[in-house]
Write a protein that binds this ligand. Structure first.
Ligand SMILES: Nc1ncnc2c1ncn2[C@@H]1O[C@H](COP(=O)(O)OP(=O)(O)O)[C@@H](O)[C@H]1O
Ligand SMILES: [Mg+2]
Length: 249
């Protein structure tokens, strides 16, 4: 699963009503890089991920994902669809199909979107579920699984489309500590496998360990950025210092 598709944002802005939610965001994320987006609630992290994945239109600037370019006019549904194929998105609340087993959840997109033969889908789905430690739970429905197991099904489901990377929006926030570590170790494995990961996270210890770079976002702006060891160990701005003090308490 080679990651060859980087992400470039050029001066992206977005307003909701009169409110500036993304205020000129520029960033370049290299293929294979793991980036953590951290910062206070309401700072624009989810909106940023959604813009990158073409789930939310923006007002100015441009976003390039691999060779595809998203622009404000967004008269380009083909680019949006292509971008979503390159990067899977995973949410805090899993969003699994409740009436399907783990295996069926993971098989669904390759069958429906890629029109892969059912046997190949099943084989690949079983391998992906094994990879995230769920070989014994293939035929369980989401309601029979713990939160950590459900989130790992969601990861396997995203991987089923062979993405270049994943956009993860606080995917461990709803989990108990021991379940968090299952999910974080699955992410660690994907990083080692070379996927590009953009993680919105409050798991500062995990981010220190796993992220190559950190962007600290507040009020729609990148307030601070740099190697995880710098931004998370010795932040320079009062805003980042205050936030880290609070989350590490
Ligand atoms: N669909 C929406 N309609 C109006 N305002 C929104 C919408 N989504 C987000 N916002 C606002 O945009 C700002 C950034 O939100 P969000 O991107 O969710 O921040 P974060 O993920 O960092 O907590 C917040 O002020 C939020 O209220
Ligand atoms: Mg959010």
């Amino acid at each position: 699963m080679a990651a060859v598709n980087g992400i470039v944002l050029e001066n992206v802005t977005k307003r909701y009503g009169g409110r500036m939610v993304l205020d000129g965001i520029s960033m370049t994320i290299s293929p294979g890089e793991t980036v953590a987006l951290v910062g206070p609630s309401g700072g624009g992290k989810s909106t940023l991920l959604r813009c990158i994945n073409g789930l939310c239109p923006f007002d100015s600037g441009a976003i390039r994902v691999g060779q595809h370019r998203l622009t404000p006019a967004n008269g380009n549904p083909a680019a949006t669809a292509a971008v979503r194929r390159l990067y899977g998105m995973i949410f805090q609340d899993f969003q699994l199909f409740p009436h399907m087993t783990a295996l069926q959840n993971v098989m669904e997109a390759p069958r429906q979107v890629l029109r892969m033969p059912v046997d190949a889908c099943r084989r690949s789905a079983a391998e992906l579920l094994e990879r995230v430690g769920l070989a014994e739970r293939l035929h369980d429905y989401p309601r029979q699984l713990s939160g950590g197991q459900r989130q790992r099904v969601a990861i396997a489901r995203a991987l089923a489309m062979s993405p270049s990377g994943l956009l993860c929006d606080e995917i461990t926030s709803a989990l108990d500590p021991e379940l968090k570590s299952e999910v974080l170790s699955a992410l660690g494995e994907l990083k080692r496998a070379g996927l590009t990961l953009i993680l919105v996270t409050h798991e500062i210890h995990f981010a220190r360990r796993a992220a190559d770079r950190v962007f600290f976002l507040a009020d729609g702006q990148i307030v601070e950025q740099g190697p995880a060891s710098e931004v998370l160990q010795a932040p320079q701005t009062p805003r980042a210092q205050q936030f880290l003090r609070q989350v590490l308490e």
